[in-house]
Design a binder for this molecule. Sequence first.
Ligand SMILES: [Cu+2]
Length: 241
Amino acid sequence: MVLSKKLDMKLNRSALIVAALFAAVQAVSAADIVGKITLKGVPPVEKELPLDANCGKLHPAGKPKTRFFVSDGNGGLADTFVYIKDGLTGKTFEVPAEAKVIDQKGCEYAPYVSGLQTKQKLSVKNSDDLLHNVHATPIVAGNKESNQAQLPKSKDLVYSYDNQEILMRFKCDVHPWMFAYVGVVDHPYYSVSAKDGTFKISNVPAGEYTIEAFHRKGGKLTQKVAAGATANFTFEVKETP
Ligand SMILES: [Cu+2]
């Protein structure tokens, strides 16, 4: 008993050493790219979504608004898809086994903007007690358009795409205000900015890259950055009439 406990401890210790060594190697060869997306100027006022009666009932406190420029009110800009655009040519990446998930809840898609690797599964859920109709509308050749009704509590609809597409749109043909946007890239090095504008692309292999920040209404910006460095972007909205 004592002997086996000792052996256990020894094994545990070597496992820890191996884990620590592995982490150290990773730290040397890969690093995060972090940054902040800032919005300059005053964006147009978001409008209430034109919910029908059934969807309206799901929002007794008031109708949700459009999400064109979601911000923390302090300059941070959310929903910007940031990804490595150049610098990974010739490399291939394992497809994550885990599916990404988009939910339909309260007659809105959540998340509004997300990312997906090519060939990775994307599960679209229906958490509402209502019929939705998921309509994927890719425009890049080879990515297949699909249009499927999804009954309440029915199983998830599962998609996957072979080609990069930034950003691919999903809509609902029952509720014309419902949209989701998915950045499909052929590697795992992407991020979506949070409400305070921050983003993090994790575990980027050592090297120099061009990264692009793509905001659906703000446009796109690129800059060169090394793994481990910071990349900040500023989108400017012009005054609207
Ligand atoms: Cu719907």
